[in-house]
Design a protein around this ligand. Structure first.
Ligand SMILES: NC(=O)c1ccc[n+]([C@@H]2O[C@H](COP(=O)([O-])OP(=O)(O)OC[C@H]3O[C@@H](n4cnc5c(N)ncnc54)[C@H](O)[C@@H]3O)[C@@H](O)[C@H]2O)c1
Ligand SMILES: CC(C)[C@H](C(=O)O)[C@@H](O)C(=O)O
Ligand SMILES: [Mg+2]
Length: 354
């Protein structure tokens, strides 16, 4: 099969982790006789520096013409620490999501048997935890009207959802639940927010269409607690943009490190595969960041964008083998940590040999 990819490394640790994922992608493509075609493009702070925009038109065109996009991370402290910056790297990510129609961000939360001791949570609570968080990605407060009034002394961000946006993401949630353990948890703040009440209303209307699925409603504050107290009670969780952002960083504590959490952003025009973490600027250029989230995002790319399940599976097996063999970065083991590139090499070699 021909695999045409757009590769967007981004900022900070982005280029280092994308290098490792690409080592693995190349080995998998060669092993299964796929024709791999890929091109790199700028996004984030590096794109602002070089081309004056965080998601330049040339990058968008490349993404539109690709079968799938592999994305690293964006963000730079020079913008994080300047609330008055007129243009920001994060705007590039949001614009990419909007322009590619990436309405659903699938964030699996699965524990790794050899890392159960790494989580601050008790083993018996997390052993066997396996759920999927589906985060709405192109609506809500991220994309509502925002601004200042009263001479800049009052600021506002509007949270808005249309029925169509809610139906679309809930439908995906139900389809996931049907393929899994038939339980859907709709997370909202319907006791306070009107936008959440629309979510709950639409979910209540849709639930009878999926009689085999148990629909559960949970307020987001409660969900934040239950995710880490009883993670095994979740099967598929669906929620709005910002709640999903926050809850899934929290959920990474179950697996042991934010550096292990991959995602797939399913789109109308193409799909983007990206770790859930950011550009981790403190680690940039040090060859210490965990590349596994990005490597597992590449596994999701084979599975979701190309329906190549064996290719995804071998990457997952290689990652499991690396964790079993303790070939891990410093966030997992401070005893004998491996570098980012050593972990990438080990996983790529394992795929080649097995
Ligand atoms: N999708 C994205 O591109 C994305 C996501 C989140 C944050 N950001 C941006 O990244 C920058 C830094 O944000 P932040 O510090 O809040 O979040 P971050 O996710 O970059 O890092 C938070 C912490 O998580 C850990 N971590 C993250 N990635 C890791 C990895 N691969 N290996 C090991 N440990 C890892 C580190 O302890 C780090 O201090 C900001 O500019 C922010 O806007 C971008
Ligand atoms: C950088 C930021 C815009 C982004 C988000 O909030 O969606 C990030 O945190 C993520 O999870 O991809
Ligand atoms: Mg986030």
């Amino acid at each position: 099969m021909k695999l045409k990819l757009a590769i967007l490394p981004g900022d900070g640790i982005g280029p280092e982790i994308i290098d490792q994922a690409m080592k693995v992608v190349k080995v998998v493509a060669a092993k299964f006789n796929h024709e791999l075609e890929y091109e790199f493009a700028l996004t984030g702070a590096c794109a602002i520096d070089e081309l004056g925009a965080p998601y330049p038109d040339s990058t968008h065109e490349l993404c539109m013409n690709a079968d799938a996009v592999l994305f690293g991370a964006i963000g730079d402290p020079k913008y994080d620490n300047n609330p008055k910056a007129p243009v920001r790297p994060e705007q590039g990510l949001l614009l990419m999501r909007k322009k590619l129609g990436l309405y659903a961000n699938i964030r699996p939360v699965v524990t790794f048997p050899s890392l159960l001791h790494k989580s601050p949570l008790r083993r018996e609570l997390i052993e066997g935890a396996d759920f999927v968080a589906i985060r709405e990605l192109t609506g809500g407060i991220y994309f509502g009207e925002k601004g200042r009034k009263d001479n800049g002394n009052t600021a506002f961000d509007v949270c808005e959802y249309t029925r169509m946006e809610v139906e679309r993401i809930l439908k995906l949630g139900y389809e996931y639940a049907m393929k899994r353990n038939k339980k859907l948890t709709v997370v909202d703040k319907a006791n306070v927010l009107e936008s959440s009440r629309l979510w709950r209303e639409v979910a209540q209307e849709m639930a009878p269409t999926y009689p085999e699925v148990t629909t559960e409603y949970m307020f987001v504050d409660n969900a934040a607690m239950q995710i880490i107290q009883w993670p095994k009670n979740f099967d598929v969780m669906v929620t709005e943009n910002m709640f999903g952002d926050i809850l899934t960083d929290e959920a990474s504590v179950i697996t042991g490190s934010l550096g292990l959490s991959p995602s797939a952003s399913i789109g109308i025009h193409t799909s983007v595969f990206e770790p859930i973490h950011g550009s981790y600027p403190q680690a940039a250029g040090k060859n210490i960041a965990n590349p596994v989230a990005t490597i597992l995002s590449a596994a999701m790319m084979f599975e979701y964008a190309f329906n190549l399940m064996e290719e995804g599976a071998i990457i997952r097996k290689a990652v499991d083998a690396s964790l079993d063999a303790k070939v891990v970065t410093v966030d997992i083991s401070t005893e004998k940590p491996y570098s980012t590139s050593e972990v990438g090499d080990w996983i790529a070699e394992w795929v080649a040999k097995n």
